[in-house]
Design a binder for this molecule. Structure first.
Ligand code: 5AD
Ligand code: SF4
Length: 437
């Protein structure tokens, strides 16, 4: 047999892209590709791009510039561009970057094996009617104890700043029986913690036995899979948190007490301009209802500062909302205009002002994150071991609340769920020891 061809994948952006990159690696595995961590060794380089924030295409073209040099030395090198920049810019990439051999949008990854064998340069950025996952190969090997499972893609919300409805297309939910089968298969191969993924995951409404299933129904059914200890989901829109999903946080033990619920701003005026269709007050009431179902739940969120028209008072309202909720984690971004979105027509807040707001919001959420983490010290928590730590006799994993935990445990094995007592908190992780040992 000939030597395997080597594939180098660079993934930008969200967990959906991480998941898609894994699927592309598997699809190209059918053509004899194995992954490499060294770009210089690669026979093929695949850039899985993200278009959601700042300078995505500049980053892409500067990476392509470097690859051009590599290809001068190695003319057989294949270069592919996937992801949302591929979807948004399409043929423009082939025109601007002669180094590129193929451009593939997120809905066409199942066609990659054919595309790499095609003669000449190829592009596929269609939105086909079929489910791309029907055509991607089954995953068979044993794997780590955590996995992502994409349950829906795309978004119909059209927030004024966001490219997702354009690059990922309309909201499509995958059929529930497929997802149940995939979850069972993952569990059979050692997975104990599944994160259900979707750009608008809680809008899930896939075809299932007895009619459409909601996300709550899907979670309830998956919780019945023997051996599946933990379920999470991300990312949610506040308006799609239905009563049953809120109730599930109280009565499904496998549903973990951590929820990423982006709010973007605390100002009703800005929320309206963002086309978010919720208010600061409706968000706060929602948080209260979820906390009533699951009092120890930790929330995380996304914030955008410097959205066009944001005044000091608007920004103060965002800080006030953050103070009121007390987040366990949060991600904040400076607004950047995405071409083709409605907000891109308007003037953004001046850079120094936006920079100062970003710093202020980050200081506040970092303090909250730290407080949530410090509050775990002395408590007993459950950790799922994902890998050995850097120190001998140390295991690393996540708590139910998604804190990274380093446990001193020389008997620990990957995949174990262990009760531990938290003994210390450092910047981004907790230290712990097994209970009763
Ligand atoms: N500018 C800044 N941040 C953005 N996000 C999405 N689009 C933009 C943009 N144009 C942020 C939102 C979203 C997260 C994934 O990225 O906060 O929730
Ligand atoms: Fe983008 Fe999320 Fe708004 Fe959809 S709900 S448009 S993915 S920010």
């Amino acid at each position: 047999m000939s030597d395997p061809k080597k594939l180098f994948v660079k993934t930008y952006g969200c967990q959906m892209n991480v998941y898609d990159s894994e699927r592309m690696v598997e699809a190209l595995g059918t053509k004899g590709y194995v992954t490499t961590d060294t770009v210089e060794d690669a026979d093929m380089v695949l850039l899985n791009t993200c278009h959601i924030r700042e300078k995505a295409s500049e980053k892409l073209y500067s990476d392509l510039g470097r690859l051009r040099k590599l290809k001068l030395a190695r003319p057989d090198l294949k270069v592919g561009v996937a992801g949302c920049v591929a979807q948004a810019e399409g043929a423009e990439i082939l025109r601007r970057a002669p180094v590129v051999d193929l451009v593939v949008g997120p809905q066409s990854y199942h066609r990659l094996p054919e595309m790499v064998e095609a003669k000449g340069r190829v592009i596929d950025t269609e939105f086909p009617a079929e489910d791309k996952f029907d055509h991607l190969p089954e995953r068979r090997a044993m794997r780590g104890p955590t996995a992502f499972l994409t349950v829906q893609e795309g978004c119909d919300k059209f927030c004024a700043f966001c490219v997702v409805p354009y690059t990922r297309g309309a909201e499509v939910s995958r059929p529930a029986d497929r997802l149940m089968a995939e979850a069972r298969d993952l569990v059979a191969r050692g997975v104990r913690d599944i994160t259900l993924l979707g750009q608008n995951v809680n809008a899930y409404h896939g075809a299932g036995a007895g009619g459409e299933w909601t996300l709550a129904r899907l979670i309830r059914e998956m919780a019945g899979i023997e051996g599946l200890a933990r379920i999470r989901y991300t990312t949610s829109h506040p308006n799609d948190m239905d009563d049953d999903l809120i109730a599930a946080h109280g009565d499904v033990p496998a549903l973990m007490p951590y929820l990423h619920l982006p709010v973007q701003s605390g100002s009703d005026r800005i929320l309206k301009a963002m086309n978010r269709k919720h208010t600061s007050d409706s968000y706060l009431r929602l948080i209260e209802r979820i906390r009533a179902a699951r009092p120890d739940i930790l929330f995380s969120s996304d914030f955008i500062v410097g959205f066009p028209g944001e005044t000091d008072a608007d920004f103060e309202a965002t800080l006030a909302l953050i103070r009121e909720v007390r987040f366990g984690a949060a991600y904040s971004f400076k607004y950047s205009a995405r071409p083709g979105t409605p907000a891109a027509e308007k003037a953004a807040v001046e850079t120094p002002v936006a920079d100062a707001r970003l710093q202020a919001v980050q200081a506040l959420v970092t303090a909250q994150q730290r407080a949530a983490q410090d509050a775990m010290v002395g408590r007993e928590v459950t950790v799922l071991y994902e890998k050995a730590g850097r120190m001998p006799g140390q295991m690393v994993g996540k708590s139910d609340h998604l804190h990274a935990v380093h446990v001193t445990d020389s008997e620990g094995r990957i995949g174990d769920l262990v009760r531990v007592r938290v003994t210390s908190a450092v910047t981004n992780s907790l230290g712990a020891e097994p209970v009763g040992r």
